[in-house]
Design a protein around this ligand. Structure first.
Ligand SMILES: Cc1ncc(COP(=O)(O)O)c(C=O)c1O
Length: 406
């Protein structure tokens, strides 16, 4: 039993010695929120800040999403931006093992990194490429997207240097990337003439996270006629439209495959979608208390001296700043958890530290601090920072080790 538990919690990453915090997790105190450190304490004892990534949550979330799709529909795990900050190769491995069939990245470099990391599943580059990059994509067996007329031209000029799978991205309302519906018939003629086959056809939804389905319906109304034209030429084309929000809330966007990012990481595209699936956040950002200072009323804290203690209190310094991924803007109203209790951030978040006013509560150097995870959630932090959870996840700094729980 003990052996089994050890195995389940085995993590990859830097192995650290010593365990000054004396335990793997702090217990929930009655009425208080837990700081649930899942990874082995020995790995984190010497770390100033770390992000724990629970790969079991990634697998669970993939299964939750798949259960909401038709049995024949597949999942593409969207792992751009280092898997939304979670670490791309371990996330890919977990997602593929749990049933994802393909992987989506934004850039050529991200695709190549996955191949070098041993990922052999189909990889689609969702972003645009330059002429040299198209050849490199072919060399690494990466599928590419036609993201503009200019990119279509590159492909038409050198069709012999193409990767196998070319996906046609149709701009139905994002006005970001893709070709417009009206351009598709002529483009298809030219591709067919050059012997280029279209393996996939897709569009990106702009507002699937909103309760009002009008924009999604509008996009689908533009997409369907294009699809009919593409299917007439390429009957086996793989069609993918849904992102996380579409996968969870709009069955009419499911088609052959859903491209899922946020929900795989355990966050909901909107609070209203919480009832649609039981997702588990995969990332928790932790740090430690590195100093406590008992101060008197009137003492100012951090840059700009914008925070002033009202009474005698304890100010704890946490070794996590905006360079580690705690947004500076969240400092004005944000909260962190220490010993099961929420404490308000005091003063401006610095690059490497933030301070919290813990009042008279016992807090000591070495205490584990949860900056986000189950609580506060990345959504909460995002709300404090006037942004979205995507940006909070992607913002976790490069110098923050990722500790994987399998
Ligand atoms: C083209 C494309 N497809 C799918 C996704 C995944 O979106 P989400 O994270 O909302 O599931 C993204 C992410 O922005 C994207 O750009």
């Amino acid at each position: 039993m003990a052996k089994a538990r050890r195995k389940r919690r085995r993590a990859v990453g830097p192995v650290r010695r010593g365990n000054p915090s004396g335990g793997r997790s702090q217990r929930t105190l009655r009425g208080r929120e837990a700081v649930t450190v899942l990874g082995p304490a020995t790995e984190t004892a010497a770390l100033r800040a770390w992000a724990e990534v629970d790969l079991r949550a990634i697998a669970h979330n993939i299964r939750e999403i798949r259960a909401r799709l038709a049995p024949s529909a597949r999942v593409m795990a969207v792992v751009k931006a280092d898997a939304y900050g979670h670490g791309v190769v371990p996330v890919c491995q977990a997602a593929l093992k749990a049933g994802a069939s393909a992987v989506g990245v934004a850039t050529l470099g991200e695709g190549v990194a996955l191949r070098l990391g041993g990922i052999r599943a189909p990889i689609l580059v969702l972003g645009g490429l330059t002429v040299g990059e198209v050849a490199d994509a072919a060399a690494h067996q990466l599928s590419i997207s036609i993201t503009s007329q200019e990119m279509a031209q590159l492909i038409l000029e050198r069709p012999q240097r193409l990767p196998t799978g070319v996906h046609l991205k149709v701009d139905t309302g994002m006005t970001r990337l893709g070709v417009f519906p009206r351009e598709v018939p002529v483009l298809l003629d030219r591709l067919v003439t050059k012997g280029v086959s279209v393996a996939g056809c897709y569009t990106q939804l702009a507002s699937a996270d909103q309760a009002d389905h009008a924009m999604t319906s509008e996009q689908l109304a533009r997409f369907h006629p294009v699809l009919a034209v593409v299917r007439a030429r390429f009957p086996r084309v793989v069609v993918h439209v849904a992102n996380s929000a579409g996968a969870l809330a709009s069955p009419d966007t499911h088609f052959d495959m859903a491209r899922v990012g946020l929900a795989m990481y355990g966050l909901y595209p909107s609070p209203a979608m919480r009832s649609l699936a039981s997702l588990r956040p995969a990332m928790r950002l932790y740090s430690r208390v590195v100093r406590t200072a008992r101060v008197g009323p009137g003492t100012t804290v951090s840059y700009g001296a914008a925070y002033r203690a009202q009474t005698s209190t304890t100010i704890a310094t946490i070794a996590c700043g905006y360079a580690d991924g705690y947004p500076r803007l969240a400092g004005e109203t944000g909260e962190v958890i220490i010993r099961g209790m929420r404490h308000k951030v005091a003063g401006r978040v610095c690059m490497d530290h933030l301070m919290v006013d813990v009042g008279d509560h016992p807090v000591a150097v070495g205490d584990v601090v949860q900056l986000f995870g189950d609580a506060p959630s990345a959504d909460e932090v995002a709300a404090h920072a006037h942004t979205i959870s995507y940006e909070v996840l992607c913002g976790v700094g490069l110098r923050v080790p990722r500790i994987y729980v399998r």
